[in-house]
Design a protein around this ligand. Sequence first.
Ligand SMILES: NC(=O)C1=CN([C@@H]2O[C@H](COP(=O)(O)OP(=O)(O)OC[C@H]3O[C@@H](n4cnc5c(N)ncnc54)[C@H](OP(=O)(O)O)[C@@H]3O)[C@@H](O)[C@H]2O)C=CC1
Ligand SMILES: CC(=O)C(=O)O
Ligand SMILES: [Mg+2]
Length: 568
Amino acid sequence: MQTFRLQRNPDGPDRLEVPLRGRALLAHPMYNKGTAFTAEERRGFGLEGMLPERTSSGEVQRKRTYQAIVRKDDPIERYIGLAALQDRNEVLFYQLLQEHLDEFLPIVYTPTVGQACKKYSHIFRRGRGLWITPRDKGRIDEILGNAPYDDARLIVVTDNERILGLGDLGAGGMGIPIGKLALYTVAAGIHPSQCLPISLDVGTDNEALLNDELYVGFREKRLRGEAYDELVEEFIQAVKRRFPKALLQWEDFKKANAFRLLDRYADRLLSFNDDIQGTAAVTLAGVMAGCRILGQSAAEQRVLILGGGAAGIGIARQLREWLRRDGVEGEALTRAIAVLDSKGLIIDDGSISDEHKKDFAWRPEDAKAIGIDPEGDKGLETVVAALKPTVLLGTSGQPGIFTREVIESMQAGAERPIILPISNPTANTEARPEDLIHWTKGRALVATGSPFDPVEYEGETHEIAQGNNVYIFPGVGLGALAVEARSISDRLFTVAAESLAECISQADLDKGRLYPQMSGLRDITRHIALTVARACIEDGLAEEPVGGIEAAVDHLMWEPEYPEMVPV
Ligand SMILES: NC(=O)C1=CN([C@@H]2O[C@H](COP(=O)(O)OP(=O)(O)OC[C@H]3O[C@@H](n4cnc5c(N)ncnc54)[C@H](OP(=O)(O)O)[C@@H]3O)[C@@H](O)[C@H]2O)C=CC1
Ligand SMILES: CC(=O)C(=O)O
Ligand SMILES: [Mg+2]
């Protein structure tokens, strides 16, 4: 592991100690400046003759590189181009990502990252991050010692079993931690040398991958049970030893492991689960914005969540607290939130095997009270007709399951329904915004997990905001790191949701947008981070940093600019 010696300088370029020369320097994405190396740098670092003569200004270099990427129309080709850039020149990669966020976010993140994960073994060029397999048992400390830098502050780890709504993608799931960490750098400014993507490649139950001769991952059935738990435990111990200041984000674990690991490690390690907690916060913010547009209170809402997994139950937990804060209690509180899984409305009939669902199961008499036969049909259409939800949330990964009948039936009880089909990627959305807007005659307030184009309806343009945890995790991570929090609580996600909701302008609300413009992501993230950092201190999870919270947050927010390079 190397120490990356970058001295931050608020008044000019940062200062970087550079131990490399010649080809090794050009080949290193964290030091390489490509055609932007000046004549003096070329002389000093042994690069003369190795680059074409003309030094490009930053602007020209960005223009050339941007054009080289967008000359390909196919999103997956753009993904490959951007990944190659990231592996060649990180400063330039982040400059372009920041400058063209609206255009490139759907490439490095949902939806294209999903396609890249699916095709991973077929488009593989170069490894990034670390893979840990069951063969590494007893040696995980050593594997972590192969991380490129010794000061990892952010680890995003997946075991690849539930990649977006695409299921078990084996080693290909690595695209997700890489994409999430790229967003940490873009949104929160965490320096890329402090970001470490990790895949716990414990095998795959995806037969197509197991039978694919090009598959690059651990070609065995998934490790499960005690052996899985032991591997994760060794991994966590090794993380604590190697990277004691790191925050670990659990990402895209399937529901049972997602809940179990979050609970097991929440107090032992600075960590959170993005799909459970981050998604809950972004959804709460969207629902709050919807209520503001409608001039309604929390207590007036009836919520139907389709999907009782990591995302669905995480959301149910945050929304229940929100309703409680607005004075809803007892039976009314239970009946204000209906969660449906693949078997329909979750009812406490003694057959629930998933522990995390029990808290939201309705008693049979609750179902009967709204006219649902607990022994009979308790599917989506029936529950919508009986509950008359005002808010409909999709976390099932099932494309098109919010049908016209369902939406029309919902609108019969809620003239302006709030509808968030947040499953990813695009093809897995529960409904397309265009349909939702048309079926509700332009009345629905809609946000989706993946980006969608605006919808025209009767001369009006409906912008579709993205209800995605990218609005939340960078701010929570940045805030917690800035004050060196000891642990992360659910309340931090509540305050993150509230501060995200504060970022929406009246003009956006007037247009029916449920989230602020994505182009403001960096400012939004900073705002959330400050709130989260303050909450950490109020709740005794951290001490006030010397110099104050703002300085601590700003110190971590790196801007992708070429540093002054100092030979060592
Ligand atoms: N926009 C965002 O920020 C985020 C979006 N997501 C998206 O949410 C989706 C789900 O993720 P996650 O919760 O982690 O996945 P899980 O696998 O943990 O849960 C999926 C849930 O959907 C339920 N389900 C499956 N089929 C149906 C059906 N036909 N009708 C009703 N429910 C069904 C499952 O039921 P059962 O329990 O019976 O198997 C399960 O409860 C993914 O597409 C993911 O991309 C996730 C996180 C963030
Ligand atoms: C966005 C995200 O975390 C997911 O779809 O899993
Ligand atoms: Mg996820």
